[in-house]
Design a protein around this ligand. Sequence first.
Ligand SMILES: [Fe+2]
Ligand SMILES: [Fe+2]
Length: 264
Amino acid sequence: MKTVDIDRRSFIAKLGGAAAVLTMAPELLAEELEDEMIRELDNSFQQETPQQQETEDRPEPTHRRGTGRVFTNMKELPPLPDKPTFIDFFNARFAPGRHVLQSANHAVETGQPERTIFACLVHDVVQGLVRCDHGYWGAQLFAPYVDERVSWGIRYHQALRFFPDDEVGYAYPEMYNRIFGKDYEVEDYIKRDYDMVRNHKWYMESRLITVNDQYGFVPGYEPSIEPFIDIIGRQFKQPKEGLGYDNSPSAHMWRTLQNPDRPL
Ligand SMILES: [Fe+2]
Ligand SMILES: [Fe+2]
């Protein structure tokens, strides 16, 4: 399978060099790599759409230690309607979304349940807002609007990506060995969550996200959101007030996505 490739040297240089990388928590390093892969996927497209241009125009984020990378600045963004829907957010904030669209498309092609297809479609979109611990943040963003198994799956895909499962065709990513080194060890909370999830009845909800995730970095392959519109309609409980204005536990996160630069 054709997939994006990350050059170890330039990746480390972007993070401030080998000495800086040594001070980084292992999970932060993993989050940086996932973000870099998505960025690289977008860069692999020759033909520029306005939205792609926007992605590429985003400044390289500066690396902040200690505070994590919460609320990374986004460039000027198209306005959203008064009562924005999930599709509005997808088009105006998560686009081009190639990685999640490719992952969801693989789930469709391999005949996976609709719930899994939808989970794949949204599993990483929170990265437009928050890039550290993206599984946990993503789960909270979606929890009020989706089947509990979907948000559960999103939450734990972050941990499962480090643990192989031969039975379903998920190997430890070779790229992790190459970029992080063979002695890379996950943090305790990741290991703890994995141990819990491995024996949980919903294990596959999360595992299938990681399986499809592997097929979401194909250069030059541009799936559309269109075939997923009906699935979104069935899987996402759209609040009538519009996302951000329904007073749900994650409404503030949608408001921040809508207007990430508002200071107060
Ligand atoms: Fe992810
Ligand atoms: Fe992913």
